[in-house]
Design a protein around this ligand. Sequence first.
Ligand SMILES: Nc1ncnc2c1ncn2[C@@H]1O[C@H](COP(=O)(O)OP(=O)(O)OP(=O)(O)O)[C@@H](O)[C@H]1O
Length: 308
Amino acid sequence: MQPILSIRHLSKTYASGLTALKDITLDIRRGEIFALLGPNGAGKTTLISIVCGIVNPSSGTVTADGHDIARDYRAARADIGLVPQELTTDAFETVWATVSFSRGLFGKRPNPAHIEKVLRDLSLWEKKDAKIMTLSGGMKRRVLIAKALSHEPRILFLDEPTAGVDVELRRDMWGVVRALRESGVTIILTTHYIEEAEEMADRIGVIRKGELILVEEKHELMRKLGRKQLTLHLAAPLAAIPPGLAAHRLELAAGGAELVYSYDTSAAETGIPALLQDLAAAGIAFRDLHTEQSSLEDIFVSLVRGTR
Ligand SMILES: Nc1ncnc2c1ncn2[C@@H]1O[C@H](COP(=O)(O)OP(=O)(O)OP(=O)(O)O)[C@@H](O)[C@H]1O
């Protein structure tokens, strides 16, 4: 299937001389949720701004559903909805007026039935006549999404959709985003929250200093880079790892009360049976054991630090 968004060799150097993006090539698949992860200043907003026509690229091309964003700007832009981080709408307007007005900005004819559907889908219908300033923070975020959906885009960018919101509202927003995907909208979200990417994304891209250093299926990423640890709670503490166990990747923890064995989840063999045999041969007994898998957060931190 043709990608819905195709970014080719995109670079951006600002007038200040700072290169914010270096040769980014990325295809976004129709109907996916793609999470773009990166530390502050990595270039996420610059990338979104170029795709949305707010910033000009220094080189490279972007096509949205076949429309080149430079040559065929209006058609390309009409395919894209952008949910910014901040609500800049007139606080004195009603929800209905704000969302309807956004649609008009794209030169689309009024379509009250569509606006009603968007507001109902986002549980904003009851608030359609309320002034923006009277809404809760969560409702205001929903208004931002409603505005971005008012012109029926097929691609939706969410820039830090849950920055600074509480846990409950974050979960609520995740539900909204999932429902949007169900309705056929392709979603690209930027986030600092690893948990958000882990929870929501089909694929993950990691951007660091303007370079896309990795694009991977979330599950594949976690499988490939995920290490597992087996912790054995020993019956009697050890002062050092016995020579008979030197062949295994072991560390002592909890003052010698625990033995920690690290293994690769993608390796053909875990090495656990051999370890258990050698433990028995060395006369080391354990009371209990548990395993732990590295989270996406661990993976991300090591990627951004460049240690993998
Ligand atoms: N208009 C501009 N002129 C010059 N430099 C800019 C401009 N906009 C952004 N930058 C710089 O480009 C780099 C990338 O910024 P960008 O906002 O794209 O990063 P980001 O990944 O979105 O960061 P954050 O997560 O903090 O929003 C930063 O070093 C930033 O200071």
